[in-house]
Design a protein around this ligand. Structure first.
Ligand code: C2E
Ligand code: MG
Ligand code: MG
Length: 705
């Protein structure tokens, strides 16, 4: 956890500052008290000193006055004995240090001693009285002595004086004692105060600590936990310990609300994650999650020498299911496929296999176990086999295959994008190779893709360069084998690539949109050619021309106008133009198609459904879309003799169409036997190599004659 200036720190700081202020105030108080103590001490001493000095000087002055009185006579008569007795008596008084009697000249007369050692000496000490001073009595102080002197007079005449020295030592000592006493009391008082003060401080500190702990426990800790939890949520970690609280206060409510919020966000996150990483329809891993996982695995595998295989499986003709049976059926197919693929992958994919749906009808399988090439081959074979089994859809059997492209890491590519592109290319090649099979990616396939791109470039402007032309394949009436019409089929004569079949380039033209410019030209050319056939037919009914129309041309919407214009311009009667629409194009948007077909009918042309039977549209659709004929796909005709199902279907188509008054054309009749079977079942028209290969317009005219 990172260091921060948090609530607790702030709170502690505020507390510390408060404590500090209180301490400072108390310290100031304490300091004031000790100053006061000192001042009280000084004042006390001072007062005591003045008091003692006052008392002493009063006592001294009284005594000196008394002494002066009692010494007047003895000094006058110079009675040294009496003076000595008086002086000694005075000397015995407490605190008296000396008593000196002096004459008018200031010389000592008596000092109380018996031998009067100082007799006749002049007084020279600093506090010696001035004999001729105007004042009669003088009190003087030194550090050690209070000296009181009094003149002794008779009448106006000063005959001498007396001085008494009081020793200040004792007084000072007792003063000091008293001061000491006072001081010790003050100190004692201070100590008591100090005790209180310390107790107060301790209580205060304890209170602060208690408050801090309380706030920490009840406020800071839960808030910090909440903040940590919120931080965890912020970085997407919802599984951190859940906060609980049974407190009944606001913090408790907050903690509980927070816990609930965490749960709900976590739930939300799980949902979003699941939605973002799984395919909603099949529940499989989706493209996004797969891509992440692939990147991750490639990173782990890099340099390890281990292999990884990707299988791109695409359901063949899935679009037709969607277009003809609706999206619900499409979803059902996807689900059934997903289940089957899961089953196969679970059995043979190994532990590390990963299956994903890439959107649409594309599934991707990642395998990593064992010999990857070997496993991929076996898995692809199993998938092709398993997915080739018929599906039950709305009570009907539907045959769908799967084309699989396989690419290997590190042989084919080293990064995810390139691998996925390779897989796609290989899968596309499996489709080109006839679908319902698998192909390994090879560098040559890149060339195939390039060829396709190249082809698209070449196809652009091919009509203008005269490379595109039409051939006509005769269509005969089965009852009398007469040629009654022809199907116009496009050919591309490329200067380098030679003749290219529309089976190859029509797809390119459709996907690139080029068909939208080629289609109308084909229509115009076919109409123009057919207009010439009336003469060649002689007495017979002139043959019709049947033109293939791409689904894209239907979508652009101006087909009826286009047709009308062609007919008008070429002079071909509308009844002799047939349009071949594919089943899927018509059925994928029934409403639109019905309106379009109605419009086309109004121009007078006939509309046939081409490749009928391959789009699962079923016979029931025929009731709803107003077509004039159906062309049974050549795959049914080819298999009719071998497969009783195909024969049954062909028979049913013919019967059903006839009951609706619709013409039936059989495509791809290559053998007489096929012709016979179809004729026996009442098929109206037939087309096929056995009856005639596609030929140029001129050849066809000759054929008519
Ligand atoms: P389709 O309309 O079903 O045309 C019939 C195809 O079957 C033609 O192939 C024809 O040559 C071929 N065929 C005819 N008799 C037999 C037979 O007895 N056995 C076999 N195996 N095949 C037979 P083609 O000319 O290669 O055309 C392929 C497809 O290209 C056509 O199928 C049609 O869907 C499309 N196509 C051709 N010309 C045009 C065009 O001008 N416009 C559009 N939109 N599509 C065209
Ligand atoms: Mg056709
Ligand atoms: Mg056809």
């Amino acid at each position: 956890m990172k260091v921060r200036f948090g609530l607790q720190a702030r709170f502690l700081m505020a507390l510390t500052i408060t404590m500090g202020v209180v301490f400072a105030l108390l310290a100031l108080l304490l300091q004031r008290q000790s100053v006061m103590q000192r001042e009280v001490d000084l004042l006390g001493r001072d007062a005591m000193q003045t008091m003692a000095a006052d008392a002493l000087s009063r006592r001294g002055e009284g005594m000196v006055e008394q002494l002066a009185d009692s010494l007047t006579n003895p000094l006058y008569f110079y009675d040294l004995d009496l003076i000595g007795a008086t002086v000694r008596a005075a000397t015995r008084q407490p605190d008296v240090a000396y008593v000196l009697v002096y004459d008018a000249d200031g010389n000592i007369v008596h000092d109380g001693t018996y031998d009067i050692a100082a007799y006749g000496q002049a007084m020279t000490d600093p506090v010696a009285p001035v004999v001729d001073a105007p004042e009669e009595r003088v009190t003087q102080w030194t550090d050690t002595v209070m000296d009181v002197s009094q003149a002794i007079t008779i009448g106006k005449e000063r005959i001498g004086g007396v001085r008494v020295g009081y020793s200040l030592l004792d007084i000072r000592a007792s003063e000091a004692r008293a001061a000491g006493n006072l001081n010790s009391r003050l100190v004692e008082l201070g100590r008591r105060h100090m005790g209180w003060f310390v107790a107060l401080l301790a209580t205060l500190a304890l209170a602060c600590v208690a408050i801090a702990l309380y706030v920490q426990r009840t406020l800071v800790k839960p808030i910090r936990e909440l903040a940590d939890a919120a931080e965890a949520i912020g970085v997407g970690n919802y599984d951190a310990k859940r906060l609980v609280s049974d407190r009944q206060d606001e913090v408790g409510a907050l903690v509980r609300a927070f816990g609930d919020m965490n749960d709900s966000i976590a739930r939300h996150d799980r949902d979003v994650r699941r939605m973002a990483y799984t395919d909603a329809l099949t529940g499989l891993t989706n493209r996004l999650a797969f891509r992440e996982s692939l990147d991750h695995r490639l990173m782990m595998l890099r340099g390890s020498g281990r292999q990884l295989g990707l299988l791109f499986a695409d359901i063949d003709d899935f679009k037709r299911v969607n277009d003809t049976l609706g999206h619900e059926a499409g979803d059902e197919v996807l689900l059934q496929f997903a289940n089957r693929i899961s089953g196969v992958v679970g059995l043979m994919g190994g532990d590390e296999a990963l299956l994903a749906r890439f959107g649409g009808d594309e599934f991707v399988i990642l395998i990593q176990d064992g010999d990857v090439r070997d496993s991929a081959t076996r898995l692809a074979e199993a998938l092709v086999r398993e997915l080739g089994q018929p599906l039950m859809l709305e009570g009907r059997q539907v045959f769908l295959g799967t084309s699989i492209g396989i690419t290997l890491f590190p042989e084919d590519a080293a990064d995810a994008s390139a691998l996925m592109k390779n897989g796609d290319i290989a899968m596309y090649q499996a489709k080109v190779a006839g679908k319902n099979c698998y192909r390994y990616y090879s560098r040559a396939m890149d060339q195939a893709v390039e060829r396709r791109v190249h082809m698209e470039q070449e196809l652009r402007g091919a009509w203008e360069r005269g490379e595109l032309s039409l051939v006509y394949q005769p269509i005969v009436r089965m009852s009398d084998r007469r040629v009654v019409g022809a199907e116009a089929l496009l050919r591309w004569q490329h200067p380098e690539m030679g003749t290219i079949s529309p089976a190859v380039f029509i797809d390119v033209a459709e996907q690139s949109g080029l068909i939208e410019s080629i289609g109308p030209r084909v229509l115009r050319a076919a109409c123009a050619a057919a207009a010439q056939w009336a003469n060649a037919a002689g007495s017979h009914e002139p043959p019709f021309v049947s033109v293939n129309v791409s689904p894209r041309q239907l979508r652009t919407g101006d087909l009826p106008e286009e047709v009308a214009a062609c007919l008008r311009d070429t002079g071909l009667p509308a009844s002799r133009l047939h349009l071949e629409l594919t089943e899927t194009a018509v059925i994928s948007d029934e409403a639109h198609a019905s309106a379009l077909l109605a419009k086309l009918h109004r121009t007078g042309v006939k509309v046939w459904l081409d490749d009928f039977g391959t789009g699962f549209s079923g016979l029931s659709h025929l009731r709803r879309v107003p077509v004039d004929g159906v062309k049974i796909d050549k795959s049914f005709v080819a298999d009719m003799q071998r497969d009783p199902d195909d024969l049954a279907l062909t028979t049913a188509i013919i019967a059903m169409a006839h009951s609706l008054g619709i013409t039936v054309v059989a495509e791809g009749v290559e053998k007489e036997a096929q012709y016979d079977i179809l004729r026996a079942r009442g098929c109206n028209l037939a087309q096929g190599y056995w009856l005639g290969h596609p030929m140029t317009a001129t050849e066809f005219r000759h054929l008519l004659i």
